[in-house]
Design a protein around this ligand. Structure first.
Ligand SMILES: *Cc1c(COP(=O)(O)O)cnc(C)c1O
Ligand SMILES: [Zn+2]
Length: 427
C-alpha cells in the first residue's frame, strides 16, 4: 500500500488556514499536513484536525454571511488559506435549496421538503466542491499535475479545475462511461484515460501509480489528497443549515458511492453544533444506493458492521463503487443518528428522475433519481417521518445521463397546420 507520497517541495510551513494536522480516524495518531491519506500506525484513514478555538460565534456568523456566494464563505472552516477566494478556482457551491412543495404533496410530506440542487455547480455535479479543496492542497504541496480515479463526474470536475488553475491534468475512468460524462471530462483539454475495468479496478491502478516514479508530482484528488478533498462535502451541510436560517434539518437523504460525502455531511453538521452556529437537536441521516450496487444498504439491513464488496451493475454509474472506502463509517452514522440505508431498482431510479422533473422542474442525473426514489420508499415503509423537515440531495445533472431516460421525447409529430394539430388530439 502506498502510504507516503513525496511532494516536490517541503511541506512543514504549509498554510491551509485552520487545518492544524492530519489525524487518524481510527487511532487518533497525528501527523503534519502533507499529501498522505493512511495512518502509518494502523492504516486507518487520515482526516483534517482543525483549530477553531479562536472563533467567536457571532463574529464567525457575520463573517460567513458577508462572504462570497460560493463555498469560500466557509473558508474559516476549511483546509484552505485565508485568501483562497483570490486564487484561480472554479468557486463552486451556494447552490439552490429548492422548497419542493409539489414533490412534497406527491410524497405526502407535510413537514417541509427541500431539494439541495447541486447540478448548479460549474461542472454540474457536487464534485466541484471536493475538487476545489484538493486543488488548494495540491497548490500548497507544490504538485503540478492533478489526477483522479473517477466514476465520471470527478473527471470533469478535475479537468475543469486544472484548466482554470493552470495545472496539467490526467484522469482515469472506467472505459464504458456515459457519453455525456466522457465529453464533459475531455473538453477541458486534459488527458483522459479509459481503463478496461470497473471503478474499483481504476482505483487500484491509481494506487499503483502513486507508488511509482511515473506518478511523482501528481496530486490524486481522491487518493493522496483525499483528506483535503473529503472536507469539501462539509460545505453541503453548512449551506443547507444556513439556507434553512441556521437550523439543522430533521432528516437528510444522501447518495452513497464511496460514502465520503455522507460521512463529511455528518462531520459538517456536528461542527456547526460544536461552534454554536446552530442549535443542537437530533437529526437523522439516510443513505441511498442503487440496488445494482448496494454494498452499504445490504450490510445495513443485515445488521453487519463490515461491508462486503459487490460487482456493480446499475444505471447509476456515478454511485457504482462496489468496495466503498467509507462504508463502515456510513453504517455507524446511519445507526447513531437513527437513520437508515436503503436502495432502489434502476426502474425506480428512472421513475424518480421523471417524478422530480415533473413536479419541480429539476432534471437530475441517476444519483438524484436514487435519492428521490429512496426517499419515496422510506416514506412508504414508514422509516422516514413525513411530518419532519427533510432535505434530499440532487448531486448531478440529468444532461449527463440522458440514456437513463431514453424514450422520453416527442408527444407527436405533425404537419405545420391546425388540422394536423387537431388530428393529433392536442387542441
Ligand atoms: C461522487 C458522487 C457522489 C458521492 O460520492 P461519495 O464517494 O459517496 O462521496 C454522489 N453523487 C454524484 C453524482 C457523484 O458524482
Ligand atoms: Zn491510526
Amino acid at each position: 500500500m502506498a502510504v507516503q507520497t513525496v511532494a516536490p517541495h517541503p511541506t512543514s510551513s504549509v498554510d491551509l488556514g485552520p487545518a492544524a494536522a492530519l489525524s487518524c480516524r481510527e487511532c487518533g495518531h497525528r501527523v503534519p499536513l502533507g499529501p498522505v491519506f493512511a495512518c502509518e500506525e494502523c492504516f486507518g484513514p487520515l482526516e483534517i484536525a482543525y483549530d477553531f478555538s479562536a472563533y467567536d460565534v457571532e463574529e464567525l456568523r457575520r463573517r460567513i454571511e458577508a462572504g462570497p456566494a460560493n463555498i469560500w464563505r466557509y473558508a474559516p472552516l476549511l483546509p484552505v488559506p485565508a485568501d483562497v477566494a483570490d486564487k484561480p478556482n472554479l468557486n463552486p457551491g451556494w447552490t439552490k435549496l429548492v422548497k419542493a412543495d409539489n414533490l412534497a404533496r406527491e410524497l405526502g410530506v407535510t413537514g417541509g421538503l427541500y431539494v439541495k440542487d447541486d447540478s448548479g455547480n460549474p461542472t454540474h455535479s457536487f464534485k466541484d466542491r471536493v475538487v476545489a479543496q484538493a486543488l488548494e492542497a495540491a497548490r500548497a504541496f507544490g504538485f503540478t499535475t492533478l489526477s483522479c480515479s473517477s466514476t465520471g463526474n470527478l473527471a470533469g470536475a478535475v479537468g475543469a479545475a486544472a484548466a482554470r488553475a493552470g495545472f496539467r491534468s490526467c484522469v482515469f475512468i472506467p472505459h464504458d462511461l456515459e457519453q455525456g460524462k466522457v465529453v464533459m471530462a475531455a473538453v477541458y483539454g486534459g488527458e483522459l484515460v479509459g481503463i478496461e475495468g470497473n471503478y474499483d479496478d481504476v482505483n487500484r491502478f491509481c494506487s499503483e501509480l502513486i507508488g511509482d516514479p511515473a506518478g511523482e508530482g501528481w496530486g490524486f484528488v481522491n487518493v493522496n489528497l483525499r483528506p483535503y478533498y473529503a472536507e469539501g462535502s462539509k460545505t453541503l451541510a453548512y449551506e443547507i443549515c444556513e439556507q434553512l436560517g441556521w437550523r439543522l434539518p430533521d432528516q437528510i437523504v444522501v447518495p452513497i458511492a464511496s460514502g465520503s460525502q455522507l460521512t463529511k455531511i455528518d462531520k459538517g453538521l456536528r461542527e456547526l453544533v460544536e461552534l454554536g452556529l446552530v442549535e443542537d437537536r437530533p437529526y437523522k441521516i439516510f443513505g441511498a444506493q442503487a440496488l445494482g450496487c448496494s454494498p452499504v444498504s445490504t450490510a445495513f439491513k443485515a445488521g453487519h458492521d463490515v461491508v462486503r464488496p459487490q460487482k456493480p451493475d446499475t444505471i447509476a454509474k456515478s454511485l457504482a463503487i462496489g468496495n466503498p472506502a467509507d462504508g463502515p463509517y456510513v453504517l455507524d452514522i446511519a445507526r447513531r443518528t437513527g437513520g437508515a440505508v436503503e436502495d432502489v431498482t434502476d426502474e425506480q431510479v428512472v421513475d424518480a428522475i421523471k417524478l422530480l422533473a415533473r413536479t419541480e422542474g429539476i432534471f437530475a442525473e441517476t444519483a438524484g433519481g436514487v435519492t428521490v426514489g429512496v426517499t419515496r420508499k422510506l416514506i412508504e415503509n414508514g422509516v422516514l417521518d413525513p411530518t419532519l423537515t427533510t432535505v434530499v440531495l440532487n448531486t448531478g445533472d440529468g444532461l449527463k445521463t440522458l440514456d437513463a431516460v431514453a424514450g422520453t421525447g416527442l408527444t407527436a409529430t405533425i404537419r405545420p397546420n391546425l388540422e394536423s394539430f387537431r388530428e393529433a388530439g392536442l387542441a
